[in-house]
Design a protein around this ligand. Sequence first.
Ligand code: CTP
Length: 404
Amino acid sequence: MTARTARVVLGVAGGIAAYKAAEVLRGLKGAGCDVVVVPTSAALRFVGSATWEALSGHPVSADVWTDAQDVPHVRLGQQADLVLVAPATADLLARAAQGMADDLLTNVLLTAHGPVVMAPAMHTEMWQHPATQRNVALLRERGVLVLDPAVGRLTGADVGPGRLPEPDQIVAAVLDLLRRPPSDDLAGLRIVVSAGGTRESWDPVRYVGNRSSGRQGVELARTAVSRGATVTLVAAAMDVAPPAGVRVVDVESAAQLHDAMTEAAQAHDVVVMAAAVADFRPRAADVKVKKEGDAGVDLHLEQTVDVLADLVRRREGDRPVIVGFAAETASGRDHLVELGRAKLARKGCDLLVVNDVGDDAVFGQPTNEVVILDAEGGQADIPRGSKAQVADAVWDAVVRLVKA
Ligand code: CTP
């Protein structure tokens, strides 16, 4: 976040999801942002100005004529550090794409100096209509971060893509952009990130798993989207929701993750193996194993495929760029780097992000501290910070590698 209070304009377009914008507003205010709400007149039919004024602490208007002496249609856009529209309806996306200026919100969008984020919400047919898709493509070409809508229950009984992304995900995307200057240095890159921890069944009910939450992988995906990449997330049993704007492929076991990553590696420029993949799997029984007296059960564990090493082995030429993670328990920084170097040599990837996972310092925690090693002998020590900051440091290293 910037040192002074970040100023955000929250545009609210006229859709049923307008009520969820109140949650977004609370999230932004909770993170210390000063938020001015600019609804469209249609949005005010869903949620009235009193709500927005009370929650934001600022007067609200939808037209350019109120307080005209302050020239709000120019001032609001120019002064905002970021403009967010949530929900962005099909109509708002169309008007923004065409550069229309027929109400206060569209005026603000035309005078915005900072980044613009749109969180669409509409019926599936409207989202998938070629007109809307063309408008979204046009906005993205101009550098607007248009989040992909979530898939789920829509108004009525319909289910499909078109739901507003979860308010906390919208807030996270906004805070990411405010934290660092906007950059599209990953634009044009297709990136696949594996995240979470695999589960290996030993009968239809039980499994052997691990403690990875998926947080670091989710932050990698989220930050890559905000830096312009097209992102696929191969998600194994994550404790956290995937970020908005990524394609998600759900997997459970190491074998499924292996298949998904092998396929994805062919169509992506960068592969990041942030998932904690089981090294061993039990032989699975087809039926539930029953207790017999007080006897225990022996699980014979056999080794799984090393997905990272296999992706490196299959690669032809220098694409995709392959990034591995290393979970180590080291006695100190030098030992950590020594273990990391040995693992990097063993795996043969381009970059290795080394964590010390001892003392509960990583799994499920919001922060992390890593060393990024490259195959040429380079090393970057990333001090303890949020997992989003660590993710950005990984992308900085990827950008250096891709440019080289
Ligand atoms: N990895 C993988 N397939 C496995 C095990 C690990 O692709 N079967 C990947 C992880 O996603 C990570 C990297 O390999 O990017 C290193 O994982 P880590 O658990 O640190 O090391 P291991 O390979 O399991 O080696 P060891 O347990 O001996 O430290």
